[in-house]
Design a protein around this ligand. Structure first.
Ligand code: PLP
Length: 490
């Protein structure tokens, strides 16, 4: 299977090459030239497998230049019980016809683990398959969650080193501790005196600085990024939609062929796009509800066909969805409108800040996608409502999705799976407020108070944070990030 750019101006490449490069030379994103299928018979076989085996079968359809036995070994390692206690993507029934797909049981308690536990192994193999003899140095600028998930995923992976920069005052104390205590031989973490943009700009500068790149090359390193637009992060996300469908069959909630709707709390459009790929593979998926918070640019797009990023940015209690440019939407445009139109729309987005798709294109998108959003009050109320009526504690991102799913289901009898992307303990202070609790200022206080109030267990990776040793306490000025990066050569 070959991969092409969404903007149509790059050569076709193998999946290993697409994963190694991340972004296509013309600025587009890599997509498979055809979408593989998953048949009724195959679903029946998948039903009898555990998550790791399901993942290997489905990934191999997209990554057919990989060795299937090695893929399976990687999946078994990535989704093992120690990393995902209780299973990688369990379903929880909320009510008649309503389910939650829990994607937060990984090492950092957020759904990014679903991709970032397997993707480093895919990259490590891709480096070997493409004859790369240098070590890949992953540079990440993070505002919190991605950095920790990347560190956990890339730690001790062959042929790879990772360095994460975060703004010293721009992350929560828990997030800072999560990163500062990171274990692993090939990891390093550095705070910078500045905000997230300073960290991001510093990393971009290092990527484009020839002198630094040459020095690193001479020392045996090539620079790579762990970006969410890499196909190696998207393909593993297709798996849990198919896996959830299998689990619904096994539960007796549906029989093969019955449609299932999904509601997905959306930011960069990666998670929900993976659901769309599953549908295009032939999985009987009905509607995909694209749930946004107050930054509801996608709701507007799905209603009017106009994508306009020239708008106010809001900071909300679901920060991983505070996004105005949903990068993976480009992949949907490519499938609906083709590469020429996609390149034109993306060009307008970069130059004018806005584009409008044709009515026929909007209608094709709306055959599957429904845009909805929840404001801050809706989100808090929904968390309280679901806790009271279904005894289910959800995080703030999931709260946005549950609100949208609830509204949609007033007019639908189709089975609804709401995707849950974070543990309530990752956003404990707001969740505690929602269920009517109070606590002191200490960063661990909301965890204990929420546990006291709800008796829901604190996930081990967060509970154990207090006992972990701080390994990284370096703070540098943004101007010194390059020098800091070159320390890997010492
Ligand atoms: C990243 C993230 C999202 C958004 O997912 P996208 O794939 O970017 O749409 C939602 N919730 C949480 C908790 C996240 O970390």
């Amino acid at each position: 299977m070959k991969y092409c750019s969404t903007r149509g101006q790059s050569e076709l490449v193998s999946s290993a090459y697409a994963i190694k490069k991340g972004i296509a030379p013309d600025g587009g994103l890599y997509m498979p030239t055809e979408i593989p299928t998953v048949s009724k018979d195959e679903i029946e076989v998948l039903c009898e497998m555990d998550y790791a085996h399901r993942a290997a079968e489905i990934l191999y359809k997209f990554l057919d230049d990989y060795n299937k036995d090695e893929l399976l070994a990687d999946c078994i390692e990535a989704y093992r019980e120690e990393s995902f206690p209780g299973g990688a993507a369990p379903l929880h029934q909320l009510d008649e016809g309503g389910y939650v797909l829990e994607l937060f049981h990984g090492p950092t308690c957020a759904f990014k683990d679903m991709a970032l536990q397997i993707m480093p192994r895919l990259l490590s193999r891709a480096l070997k398959m493409t004859g790369e003899d240098k070590t890949a140095l992953i540079l990440v600028a993070t505002s919190g969650d991605t950095g920790k998930a990347a560190l956990e995923g890339y730690k001790d992976v062959d042929g790879i080193a990772i360095k994460v920069f975060y703004p010293v005052h721009g992350v929560s104390k828990i997030q800072k501790l999560q990163m500062a205590t990171q274990e692993g031989k090939n990891v390093s973490v550095c705070a910078i005196e500045g905000n997230f943009d300073d960290a991001q700009n510093g990393v971009k500068k290092i990527f484009s600085d020839k002198e630094i790149n040459d020095k690193l090359n001479d020392g045996g390193y090539i620079l790579t990024s762990a970006n969410s637009i890499n196909w190696g992060r998207l393909a593993p996300q297709v798996v849990y939609y198919i896996s959830a469908y299998c689990d619904l069959i096994k539960l007796g909630a549906i029989k093969y062929g019955d449609k299932v709707d999904f509601t997905v709390p959306t930011g960069n459009f990666g998670n929900i796009f993976a659901a769309y790929i599953a549908k295009r593979m032939g999985l009987p998926v009905g509607k995909l509800i694209c749930a946004s918070n107050r930054n509801n640019i996608l709701t507007d797009f799905l209603t009017t066909g106009v994508y306009d990023r020239r708008r106010k940015f809001f900071q909300t209690m679901s920060p991983s969805m505070d996004i105005l440019i949903s990068s993976n939407l480009e992949r949907l445009l490519y499938l609906i409108c083709g590469s020429e139109k996609t390149a034109e729309y993306m060009n307008r987005l970069n130059t004018v800040g806005k584009y409008k798709i044709e009515l026929s294109e909007l209608n094709a998108i709306r055959e599957t996608f429904v845009g909805m959003h929840a404001n801050e009050a809706h989100t808090l109320d929904e968390i309280a409502f679901v806790y009271e009526h279904a005894q289910y504690l959800s995080d703030t991102h999931t709260g946005v999705a549950l609100y949208c799913a609830g509204k949609y289901r007033m007019y639908s009898d189709t089975v609804m799976v709401t995707v849950s992307t974070a543990s309530p303990y990752k956003f404990a202070r707001d969740v505690l407020t929602a269920v009517g609790g109070e606590c002191g200022d200490d960063e661990f206080a909301p965890l204990y108070a929420l546990n006291e109030a709800t008796k829901v267990e604190i996930p081990a990776p967060l509970a154990s944070l207090k006992e972990k040793k701080v390994r990284f306490d370096t703070v540098v000025a943004p101007a010194d990030m390059a020098e800091e990066t070159l320390k890997i050569l010492l």
